[in-house]
Design a protein around this ligand. Sequence first.
Ligand SMILES: Cc1ncc(COP(=O)(O)O)c(C=O)c1O
Length: 452
Amino acid sequence: MNLAASLPMPDAATDLNLDPYWMPFTHNRYFKRTRPLDRLMVAADGAYYTTVEGQRLFDCLSGLWCSSLGHRDPRIVEAVKAQLDRADYVPAFQVASPDTFRLAERIAEVTPENLNRVFFTNSGSEAVDTALKIAIGYHRLRGEASRTRLIGREKGYHGVGLGGITVGGMVANRKMFAPLMVQGADHLPHTHNLKEMAFSRGQPQWGAHLADDLERLVALHDASTIAAVIVEPMQGSVGVVVPPLGYLQRLREICTRHGILLIFDEVICGFGRMGDWFGAQAFGVTPDLITFAKCVNNGTVPMGGVIARQEIYDTFMQGPEYMVELFHGYTYSAHPLAVAAANATLDILHADEVPRRFGELAVKIEDAAHSLRGEPNVIDIRNCGAAAAIEMAPIPGQVGARGLKVFEEGLKRGMLLRFTGDTIAMAPPVITTQAELDRMFEAVRASIHAAA
Ligand SMILES: Cc1ncc(COP(=O)(O)O)c(C=O)c1O
C-alpha cells in the first residue's frame, strides 16, 4: 500500500499551530522555531515511520524502546479492533476481564522462579512507583516498618514519578524537583567508566566491585532502615550502560544477606530485547520485584506493571477478607485495549520466538556497532542484547549539541535515531534485516562525520 499517497501533506503542517502543545522531553523552543517537517510523523508501519512530507524514516530505537516487533503487526491490530468491538472499558477495581487474569498468568509463565504475581499500571513510571510502594508496604506488614529507605543508582532512569526521580540518577530529571522527592534515599555509584571499560564488547570485565558499595550504604544507614535497591539490569535511557560481569550477582548476594528487596526495572529489558524474556534470565540473576512496560504490548496502548515474588504478594494477603489489601491502583490499570494488545504480543513473542531472534540480532548489532570505532569524536561504543550506543566527545562547553547534530544528520539520511546528551542509542525492531542494519550503521557513520 502506498501510505504516503493517503496521508496529509506538508501544507497541512505549514498551518499547524505548534504553540499549545508542551512537548515532553523536547527542546520546545528549538522545535517550534525550526518547524522540522521531518519530525512530524503521520504513519508507522513495520520498521518505518512516515513523515508529513511522505519521507520514510527507519525506526532505529523501536519507537522509544517499545515497538520491538515493528509497528502495526496485523495480529495486534486485529486483537485491539476486536476488543473494541466487545468492550471499550472495564473498571479496574473489584471487577476485571477474564483476559486480564489470562494475561497475568501468561506473564508469570515467562518470569524466573516464583515471580508470579502481576500488578498492572499504565506506564513504566507508574510501575516503578508501585514497586517502591510494594517494597515499603511489604516490610511494614512483616513488622519491619523502619525499612523505608530506597537505594537507586547514579545515572539510573526510573521514569518521572516522584519515587522514580528519587531513586533515579539523571541529574536534569531531579534537580528542579528536590522538595518533592522521597526522604532518605541514597544512591549506588554508576558503573560507567570510560578509562576502564571503553569499547567493551557486551558486558565489561571491570566493575563488579562497584556493587560492594551497597555494603558501605548498609554500614552507613544500617540494613534495618533499607527497604529496597532498584537498578535497571541494562541501563537503556542513559545510553546502553551495560552491567559489569558479576555486578548484578553481587548486588543480589548483598541484598539477600541484609533482607533488602532487589527490584529490577525491566521497562526496557523486558520481553525479549536482551535475548531472553527478561534481563533477569539473560544475566542469570533473580530479583524480588520486576517492573515492566513498553514491549509488553509492543507500545500499542499504554501499559506497565510490577511482577512480585509470591511471598511478597502473600505478605499483603492478611487481615479481614472483606478488606482491600493494597490501597493502590489506577483507573486504567489493565485497560481492555492494553490487555488485548498484550495477549496478542505474547502470542507473537512465543510463535515468532522473538527473544531468541533478538539474541541473533544482538550478535550482528555488536559487530556493526564496533565497526564505528575510530570515527571522529567516538569515545565509547557499548552493546548489550539487541541494543548499542555510540558515545561522542561533547563539543567543549556545549554538552548535547553534537548528539543533536548527529540526530538531525540521521534524519537527512532516513534514520530516526535517539540521542541522550552526546550518545546515540540504537535498538531496532526484531524484524530488521541485515541490509537495514547495514544501512542504519552506515548512516550513523556518515552522520558522525557530518557532525564532526
Ligand atoms: C528503566 C525505565 N524505567 C521507567 C521508565 C519510565 O517509563 P514511562 O516513560 O512509560 O513512564 C523508563 C522509560 O524509558 C525506563 O527506561
